[in-house]
Design a protein around this ligand. Structure first.
Ligand SMILES: NC(=O)C1=CN([C@@H]2O[C@H](COP(=O)(O)OP(=O)(O)OC[C@H]3O[C@@H](n4cnc5c(N)ncnc54)[C@H](O)[C@@H]3O)[C@@H](O)[C@H]2O)C=CC1
Ligand SMILES: O=C(O)[C@@H]1CCC=N1
Length: 274
């Protein structure tokens, strides 16, 4: 980003805000362009120390003068936060970027008072190291420039993809939003299995972790389909084939499908609860 960066206010200075602010400052956004509202004094102090951004206890103090307001609070408090914020920003109507899981754009707009440009984004925790994956969707009130601003902000934290319809956000949340946890679980299970076969835990963790990184980098850097990369590891009648047959016998793909389905349903239930 450059000196023409929008003035950005974060409402909520927790884990995801920390990740996104870290990504923005690493990629050249001046800390002076960023304000954060966070009620927890220890978190405020940490944000100021880590990034040199201005911190406030009250949301209304952070959003004055902002071009773009990132809503980074928990879904359960977003309604109250928006209701308090709406009247204070109604005159200027900055772009709102919500990262709250399971909260629809029309719900946010209604809480704010109506007629606001809004982008809904679903990032994930690897944003912390610039390796995030974010799905995006905008409402009709958001201009092309505002969409580009939201995309630039999330691109600082990794890859982004616009989606065609908001109901697809439940699938994005179940895939990439929650997805890092699925890979962490697989690494945990692999590590435990190797320990059961006698490897020291540190060795098992180091090898499982590096294998996850290596596989991920091959997927990104080779551009080849995962099935092709899998087949290349799988010597006929060899060890990988034996392992993949055990996965198939346990209906691994169906299990993954069920896990994603459960996350999709939970996302829908969360939006219906607001
Ligand atoms: N953790 C994850 O992997 C992902 C989380 N999200 C979404 O990001 C949002 C934030 O999640 P986290 O950062 O993990 O939560 P968090 O709990 O770490 O951060 C939320 C912060 O909001 C603050 N807060 C509470 N009330 C406030 C108010 N009235 N004004 C300003 N700040 C207030 C809290 O003190 C807390 O620091 C959630 O809506 C979540 O659905 C989205 C994608 C991935
Ligand atoms: O588990 C959750 O509800 C949030 C949304 C995606 C990742 N964490």
């Amino acid at each position: 980003m450059s000196h023409t960066d929008p003035a950005v206010a974060f409402v909520g200075g927790g884990n995801m805000a920390h990740s996104l602010i870290g990504a923005m400052t690493r990629t050249g956004t001046a800390p002076a362009r960023i304000q954060v509202a966070e009620p927890d004094a220890a978190r405020r102090a940490q944000l100021a120390r880590d990034f040199g951004v201005a911190v406030h206890a009250e949301a209304v103090d952070a959003v004055a003068g902002a071009d773009l307001v990132v809503l980074a609070v928990k879904p359960q408090v977003l309604g109250a936060v928006c209701a308090a914020l709406g009247p204070r920003i109604a005159a200027r109507r900055p772009l709102l970027v919500s990262i709250a899981a399971g909260v629809r754009i029309d719900q946010i707009d209604t809480w704010l008072g109506g007629g606001f440009p809004i982008v809904r984004a679903m990032p994930n925790t690897p944003a912390l190291i610039g390796a995030g994956a974010t799905g995006l969707i905008a409402n009709a009130a958001a201009t092309a420039d505002q969409r580009a601003q939201a995309e630039a902000l999330l691109t600082a934290a990794g890859r982004t993809a616009w989606i065609a319809r908001e109901d697809l956000m439940d699938a994005v949340t179940a895939l990439s939003g929650s997805g890092p946890a699925y890979f962490f679980l697989l690494v945990e299970a692999l590590e435990d299995a190797a320990v059961a076969h006698g490897l020291p835990r540190e060795t098992a963790r180091a090898l499982a972790t590096q294998t996850c990184l290596g596989a991920g980098r091959m997927l990104v850097e080779s551009g080849e389909p995962p099935a092709t990369l899998r087949e290349r590891v799988t010597s006929p009648g060899g060890t990988t084939q034996a392992a993949l047959e055990a996965f198939a016998a346990g209906d691994f793909r169906r299990l993954v499908g069920q896990a994603v389905e459960a996350a999709v349903q939970r996302g829908r239930a969360l939006s219906a609860a607001h």
